[in-house]
Design a protein around this ligand. Structure first.
Ligand code: G3P
Ligand code: MG
Length: 230
């Protein structure tokens, strides 16, 4: 079965530093995380960058859509995926790479993300885990670069979770921890899938989820969850 760390820092360590920035990855490492989760999407000119929203507004104050912004106009605090990987290499951080395409760019985003991984991901780090809410992105990633292990990403686990996972050759299921039920957790683990949950910032909740069989907690506060689980 896919082996994951017990704790992954969400967007770095989003409780303590601006999300999806190099400072956030450094903070995650300082607070004990060995892996981080990031969101990857494309600029107007097809450069993979680390950014959650379709717009730059919330995190940088710049009122512009990412899909309409070329790399050259990107605010300095927004890392390219290449810069993020270099930072992970320096810090020794593994990564759950969430492919987060803007509308209509599902396949292109997956292709350019795995191309970047092939080019820049260092052999010294554990292989990254790809995930996405978009099955089309995971299918495209699988087709272009089957060597990168994948997890389906589900806001809520429906009856079709297994067929969706199998359709993209996923080894893991990443889901909203607040909506996960114990029977579903058992079903997923019994079927041989690694089970990760987001975004859990409370130690007691994390302990309960691990008790249900959850393998990995994705959290904004890796120090809090590590302390609760150890
Ligand atoms: O990958 C887990 C989690 O990040 C998914 O939701 O919206 O925070 O990217 P979101
Ligand atoms: Mg994410």
């Amino acid at each position: 079965m896919l082996q994951l760390p017990k704790v992954i820092g969400h967007r770095g360590a989003a409780a303590y530093a601006p999300e999806n920035t190099l400072a956030s990855f450094q903070e995650a490492r300082r607070r004990g995380a060995t892996w981080v989760e990031i969101d990857v999407k494309l600029t107007a000119d097809g450069v993979p960058i680390v950014m959650h929203d379709d717009s730059l507004k919330r995190t940088t104050g710049v009122d512009r859509l990412v899909a309409e912004t070329p790399r050259a106009d990107l605010p300095a605090e927004v890392p390219t995926f290449e810069q993020a990987i270099a930072c992970f290499a320096e810090l020794g951080l593994g990564c759950n790479v969430e492919i987060k395409p803007c509308e209509g760019r599902e396949v292109e985003t997956a292709h350019l993300t795995v191309a970047a991984l092939r080019r820049w991901w260092p052999a010294s780090l554990p292989q990254p885990l790809l995930s996405s809410f978009k099955d089309a992105s995971l299918a495209a990633a699988r087709e272009a670069a089957p060597e990168f292990v994948r997890a389906i990403l589900l806001g809520e686990i429906g009856k079709d979770w297994r067929s969706r996972a199998d359709a993209v050759g996923a080894a893991g299921v990443n889901t909203n921890g607040a909506k996960l039920t114990a029977p579903r957790a058992v079903e997923i683990r019994k079927a041989g899938f690694a089970l990760s949950v987001y975004t859990i910032n409370d130690g007691d909740v994390a302990r309960a989820l691990v008790g249900m069989g959850v393998d990995c907690i994705i959290t904004d506060a890796p120090d809090v969850i590590l302390a609760a689980l150890n």
